[in-house]
Design a protein around this ligand. Structure first.
Ligand code: NDP
Length: 288
């Protein structure tokens, strides 16, 4: 089994980004990302901390806006509008999930598309669907970067995606299609998952089920991107793929590890989108 490391690629890309940021800083440009966090969900706190740490590494200035769990929806929307208008902010990210009393879609819709570095606004999603210039959602973009790094030519390949969420499954399927793969999307109502998996050349698993995919379900030579982040029975972080069973079976395949696969790439693509957003806003200001 060959491992496709996200850490190595993320390290390399972040090094390149750091150099790009330094160049812009030398020209007096400052790149700003705002992260809005509502409430005190411990997992969200960790995600936000990791994102801010990565920003610091490459020289992006991140500001965290913490709002109480009972913040009124109107106040959250007003905060986003302020950030939309703030010239020092080039990317806006609202950490999900949001409390139940807040309409998540309304909040995402409020982010200016040119600052939507998560790629979740309907405008960016629509551009992705129609093949226009979009900020691509970070996790799907990271999956494609890993496939590219592994040297996989997707044209004509049979790609299977397990999962159809708006943040992973659907956009990753669209990106695979853009690369000319023949794409099948599976979900919990798929009747015969094994039949769909049997002849997959490429498999992207985003189902959120610890160690669900076993080596006997896929053919030799398959390339697997494991998006899942779960805890196994011993409380250890694991993916949706049973990596230990793949190793034990000495399966001929390529697989991203969890942790150290898609996770670091997701944050790296957030940095990439933020840099792109600053460049686009700068060019617009300069009249280019
Ligand atoms: P969702 O829960 O929104 O989606 C899960 C999808 O898997 C659904 O479409 C569901 O089908 C499908 N599914 C569930 N069980 C089965 C099954 N037995 N057979 C086939 N399909 C099934 O999750 P997300 O897309 O948000 O995330 C997926 C995983 O990826 C999670 O573990 C999450 O933690 C992880 N993740 C990792 C990221 C990273 O940076 N590495 C970023 C984002 C997510 P249905 O639609 O019918 O319910």
């Amino acid at each position: 089994m060959q491992e496709i490391s996200g850490l190595d690629l993320a390290d390399r890309l972040r090094g390149e980004m750091k150099a790009a940021v330094e160049e812009r800083q030398a020209a007096g440009r400052r790149i700003g990302l705002a992260v809005v966090l509502v409430g005190e969900d411990p997992a969200s706190e960790i995600y936000v901390r990791n994102k801010q740490k990565a920003c610091k590494e490459v020289g992006i200035v991140s500001s965290k806006i913490s709002l109480p769990a009972d913040v009124a929806e109107a106040d959250l929307l007003a905060t986003i509008e302020d950030l939309n208008q703030d010239d020092g902010i080039h990317g806006i990210l609202v950490q999900l999930p949001l409390p139940d009393h807040i309409d998540k879609d309304k909040v995402i819709n409020a982010i200016a598309p040119e600052k939507d570095v998560d790629g979740f606004t309907p405008i960016n999603m629509g551009r992705l669907l129609t093949g226009g210039q979009a900020y691509l959602p970070c996790t799907p973009q990271g999956c494609l970067a890993l496939l590219e790094e592994a040297g996989i030519d997707l044209a004509g390949k049979k790609a299977v995606v397990i999962g159809r969420s708006n943040i992973v499954g659907k956009p990753v399927a669209l990106l695979l299609l853009q690369e000319n793969a023949t794409v099948t999307i599976c979900h919990s109502k798929t009747q015969d998952l094994d039949a769909e998996l049997a002849d997959a050349d490429v498999l992207v698993v985003a189902m959120g089920k610890a160690k669900a995919i076993k080596p006997q379900q896929v053919k030799d030579g398959v390339v697997i991107i494991d998006v899942g982040i779960n805890r196994d029975q011993e409380g250890r972080v694991c993916g949706d793929v049973d990596a230990e069973a793949f190793k034990a079976a000495d399966k001929t395949c390529s697989l991203t590890p969890v942790p150290g696969g898609v996770g670091p790439m997701t944050i790296t693509m957030l940095l990439k989108n933020t840099l792109a957003a600053e460049a686009a806003i700068f060019a617009l200001k300069e009249g280019n």
